[in-house]
Design a protein around this ligand. Structure first.
Ligand code: C5P
Length: 399
């Protein structure tokens, strides 16, 4: 989402300025171009050398760079940027922005800004709670600026309260969401299965797998950010959902996931089956804990679970789009293409366990999408969140 985006990052005089080093690094990693504009007080907290090394650009602070007649154009910056982020934003800068006090390069750039503006306040809890600050933030909101609410926690003063600048990765997430093509799946209903399934052996043991659910949850967030109404059927995972557009149904076993999926699928426009469903379950579930001393060796008899993807593939209407995942270790493309056909999918997302950083547990993934029309697209290694947007873009093409 942030690839090629031009970001003006305004830094002001707060102890949270050190966090901008992480923020810049994360933005650059996402492919963004970052231009720093810093207030004189900001330079007391983080040095321009650190900032220019991270951004590969000179840092702008004064109106006039040298005594040779050259000057920094705030108007040009206002036209250049796709977005301006002011992080950390002190009470003083927020006050100047609200009232148009253009006495430094940062506020002047803000007043010339044509792009959307995000403001991440950072200050002591009492300063943040003061009616003057709250009134100024309200004024910024009325200008259409996006306020990134500070978090609660320990502050530089060692007092505890609301005023900590939001963490860099959260700011990046917010920007990514902002640039996501929001109307792409407007009014579409999408079912997503995610996570592993647990197949009970007895009351305390189960057969499971290493699926973390991260890919499916990233997909649910991405679909919802693009305007879809998402039903997320999740196996046992320790992840939470944030978006109001996601309705979550928790299940444990493959059978429960199958029943829940079959129930909701008829009203869906699309389903993306991301779950690592157990292929087999114990033929019998012991009602009491199986005792070790009762047997020398133990044999578990397993019976196959129903294939949710194939079952939905068999009943799907032509207007419904069905996508699946394939995690392969050998002859990846061949096996994925066979599954695509067998399960009557429209496209299949292949990830290979041979690719470093791809598959279970990682925050990154490397995928290839194969379609029923025989097309194959290879994507580079990306965060699961970015991969989710690639999949959503493919889904939107089909819908
Ligand atoms: O056959 P395999 O398990 O490799 O196929 C993977 C795809 O099928 C994934 O999309 C997975 O969610 C789906 N699947 C399913 N129900 C099963 C097994 C797999 O929906 N019982």
């Amino acid at each position: 989402m942030l690839q090629g985006k031009k970001i003006v990052l305004g830094i002001t005089g707060s102890i949270a300025a050190y966090k901008t080093a992480y923020l810049i690094r994360a933005l650059i990693k996402k492919g963004a171009e970052v231009q720093i504009v810093i207030t004189p007080a900001g330079k007391e907290f983080i040095t321009p050398i650190t900032l220019s090394a991270l951004t590969s650009k000179p840092v702008i602070s004064e109106f006039f760079s040298n005594r040779d007649g050259t000057w920094n154009s705030h108007v040009d910056l206002g036209l250049w940027a796709d977005v301006m982020v002011i992080a950390p934003a002190t009470a003083s800068t927020i006050g100047k922005m609200a009232n148009g006090v253009a006495d430094n390069m940062l506020v002047t750039t803000y007043l010339s800004m044509k792009a959307p503006v995000f403001v991440a306040p950072a200050m002591d809890l009492d300063m943040f709670a003061h009616p003057a600050t709250q009134k100024n933030l309200e004024i910024l909101r009325s200008y259409g600026n996006h306020i990134i609410e500070p978090a609660e926690g320990e502050l530089a003063s060692h007092l505890v309260g609301k005023g900590r600048m939001e963490e860099p990765d959260k700011i990046v997430e917010l920007l990514e969401r902002f640039f996501a093509p929001s109307g792409l799946l407007a009014k579409k209903k999408v079912l997503i299965t995610a996570g592993p399934t647990y197949e009970k052996i007895d009351p305390v043991r189960f057969i499971g797998n290493y699926s973390s659910g991260k890919m499916g949850f990233a997909l649910a967030e991405a679909c919802a950010s693009c305007g879809a109404e998402v039903t997320l059927i999740a196996g046992p995972v320790s992840l939470s959902t944030h978006h109001p557009g996601i309705q979550r149904i928790n299940v444990e076993s493959a059978e429960e996931m199958y029943k829940a999926s079959l129930k909701v699928f008829p009203e869906m426009d699309a389903a993306i089956l991301c779950a690592a469903v157990a292929d087999y379950r114990p033929s019998q579930r012991a009602m009491e804990k199986i005792k070790r001393e009762t047997m020398e060796t133990m044999t578990l008899q397993l019976v196959p679970n129903k294939d949710i993807a194939a079952s939905l593939g068999a009943i799907k209407h032509p207007h419904q789009i069905l996508a699946g995942f394939a995690l392969e270790t050998t002859d990846e493309q061949l096996h994925a293409a066979a599954k695509l056909k067998k399960k009557n999918l429209d496209f299949i997302v292949l990830n290979s366990l041979n690719d470093r950083g791809a598959g279970f547990g990682y925050d990154t993934n490397k995928i290839t999408i194969l379609t029923r029309h025989g097309e194959s697209t290879v994507y580079p290694l990306k965060s699961k969140r970015e991969v989710a947007y690639d999949i959503v873009t493919k889904l939107a093409e089909y819908l």
